[in-house]
Design a protein. Structure first.
Length: 127
C-alpha cells in the first residue's frame, strides 16, 4: 500500500520552524510573500506541538492522522472541512478540531489564511 507520504503533492509544505522562542512571529510578512496556491509553514514550536500557517486556495486531498488531533483557526477567508458525513464551513475567527483517526479534506474557495495547531510529529499529508 502506498502511504500519503510516498506521494508527491502540489503543496508547498515547510516543516522547518521559522521563528524560535522569544522572537516576534511576523505573519503578515509571510502572507505577503506567499506565491503558492497551497502553502504551509511551521511558525513555532510550543511544547510538543507546532503552530503552522496555511495560505491556501483550492482543495487538499482526503486523509487522516492516526494518532494526533488537528486544530484549524481561520484568520481570513472561508475554510471548508469536508468530513465523511458533512462539511464544516469556517469564517474568520472561527476554529475547529478534527480528532485523530477522522478522515477529512480541507478546501478554500478563495485565498484563505489559517493557523493550525497540531503535534510536532504530524505529517500534514496524512498517515
Amino acid at each position: 500500500m502506498t502511504k500519503p507520504s510516498d506521494h508527491q503533492y502540489p503543496y508547498a509544505t515547510h516543516l522547518d520552524t521559522k521563528f524560535p522562542a522569544l522572537e516576534v512571529v511576523d505573519i503578515p510578512a509571510l502572507i505577503d510573500a506567499v506565491r503558492d496556491r497551497w502553502y504551509n509553514q511551521t511558525l513555532c514550536k510550543v511544547n510538543d506541538s507546532v503552530v503552522r500557517l496555511g495560505v491556501m486556495q483550492g482543495e487538499y486531498h482526503w486523509h487522516k492522522h492516526d494518532d494526533l488531533d488537528e486544530f484549524f483557526y481561520v484568520v481570513d477567508g472561508e475554510f471548508l472541512i469536508d468530513l465523511e458525513d458533512r462539511t464544516v464551513a469556517l469564517q474568520p475567527r472561527q476554529g475547529f478540531v478534527v480528532p485523530k483517526g477522522v478522515v477529512h479534506r480541507t478546501r478554500a474557495p478563495e485565498k484563505t489564511v489559517v493557523l493550525m495547531v497540531e503535534g510536532a510529529s504530524i505529517v500534514p499529508t496524512g498517515d
